[in-house]
Design a protein around this ligand. Sequence first.
Ligand code: FDA
Ligand code: NAD
Length: 434
Amino acid sequence: MAEKHFKYIILGGGVAAGYAAREFDKQGVKPGELAIISKEAVAPYERPALSKGYLFPEGTARLPGFHVCVGSGGERLAPEWYKEKGIELILSTEIVKADLSSKSLSSAAGELFKYDILIIATGSTVIRLTDFGVQGADAKNIFYLREIDDADKLVEAIKAKKNGKAVIVGGGYIGLELSAALKINNLDVTMVYPEPWCMPRLFTADIAKFYEGYYANKGIKIVKGTVAVGFSTNDNGEVKEVHLKDGRVLEADIVVVGVGGRPLTALFKGQLAEEKGGIKTDGFFKTSVPDVYAVGDTATFPLKLYGELRRVEHVDHARKSAEQAVKAIKANEEGKSVEEYDYLPYFYSRAFDLSWQFYGDNVGDAVTFGDSDPASAQHKFGSYWIKDGKVVGAFLESGTPEENKAIAKVARVQPPAESLDQLSKEGLAFASKI
Ligand code: FDA
Ligand code: NAD
C-alpha cells in the first residue's frame, strides 16, 4: 500500500483549506511539509459563487476565476500557487477512514497518509429527501448544491430544460438564492417550504415579507406551510411532478432541494469529543485529541462574545477559523500563543439586485426601520435585535460599505437602546453614531 507522510495535512479542500494554506505560507512552511487532501477534483474555491455567479446566464463565473482567496479581496490561489510553494494538492481523493491514534488517513483508492498535525476541514454535506424516504426523490433532474460537480449538473439541466418549470424545495439560503438564479435563467419558478415565512432561522416576519413580496414581483410563486411528499416521473425517469403534503401537485422539469446541511464528521465518530452536532474545539480550534484541529463548518467552538459553544455554517467563519488554527499551530511550535478566537457572526446573501448583511445575534425583540416596500426602487431597510436593553444584532438590505461597517460595529459594541420605537425612528442614524 502506498504511504505518504506530511508534517501537516488539511483534510478537505474547500474554503477553510484554501485560507489555511495561505496562512501556512504567510507563517512559513517548507516545500513538502503541507498537503491538502480533497475529494473534489479542483483546488479550493469560494463556494458561495456556486449559487450565484456560477449559475448566471451572463457574466458567468468559472474557475480559475473564483479560487480562494478572491472572496475576501485577496490574491487568487490558482493550482500553480500550490505548486510554487511546494504545497501538495491531493485531489479527487476521498478519505474513507481516519485513525487518530496512529495519525493516519486511508483513501478510497487504498493510499495511506500519515501526519504530525491534522486540520479537519471536511465542511458539510446536504440533507437529502431520500434521507426521509420521500417517494421518488431519486428521480433524474432533482438536484442538490454543495460542490462544483453538483453545479455543473444543474447548469446542464438549465440548458436542456430552457423556459421550463422549476420547483425549489426549501426556503433557506439555497432556496432563496437558487430561486433567483433559475428565474434569471428564464425558468418558471415555484418555491415550497414548510414554515410561515422564508429563512425563519434568521429573518423576522417583517424581513421575510419584503423578500417574499420582491420575489412575487419577479414572478416567483411561493407555496408555504407544506412539504414535498413525493415525485412522479416521465418515461425517461425524469421528474415530472412534485406532490405536496397538502394535496397540491406542481409540474416540474427541474427540482432543486435545499433543506439544510449537516457537518461531515462521521470519519471521527467516537474518536474525539463532539458538541451541538460538530467537533468540539477550543478558541484555537484544537479538538479533544492532541495535534488534531477542526475548522469551518465542522467546528463547534467557543463564541466568546456570547459565552457559549456554537457551530457556524458560513464562509466568513470558515476563512477566519482556518487562519486562527494555523496561527495557533505555528505559535505553539515556537512556544508562543495567540489570542483566543473572538468571532462576531457575519452572514450575507445576494440575489437579483438585492444584497443583505447580518452581524451579531438574532435574539430578543426585533424592530425594523427604513423602506421595506418590495415595490419601491430604493428598498433600503434593516432590523435591530435588542436583548436585555442592548442591541445585539443588526441586519441591513442594500447597505453601502460604510453602512455595513456601522451595523457590524453596533453588533460588536452592543450599545444600550432606549426603546424599540426610538431605534425604529433613528434607523441607520443610530448605527452611524456608535
Ligand atoms: P467546504 O464545504 O467549503 O469544504 C469541505 C471540503 O472537504 C470539500 O472540498 C469536500 O469535498 C471535502 N471533503 C469532505 N469530506 C471529505 C473526505 N472524506 N475526503 C476528502 N475530502 C473531503 N456562506 C456565506 O457566508 N455566504 C454565502 O453566500 C454562501 N453561499 C453558499 C453557497 C453554496 C452553494 C453553499 C453550498 C454554501 C454557501 N455558503 C455561504 C456556506 C459556505 O460556503 C460554507 O460555510 C463554507 O464553504 C465552509 O467551509 P469549509 O471549508 O468548512 O467546508
Ligand atoms: P438552510 O438551513 O438555510 O435552510 C433549510 C430550509 O429547508 C428551511 O428553512 C426550510 O424552509 C426547509 N425545509 C426543511 N425541511 C424541509 C422539507 N422536508 N421540505 C421542504 N423544505 C424543508 O439550508 P440550505 O438552504 O439547504 O443551505 C445549506 C447550507 O449551505 C447551509 O450550511 C447554509 O449556511 C449554506 N449556504 C449559505 C448561504 C449564505 O450564507 N448566503 C448560501 C447558500 C448556502
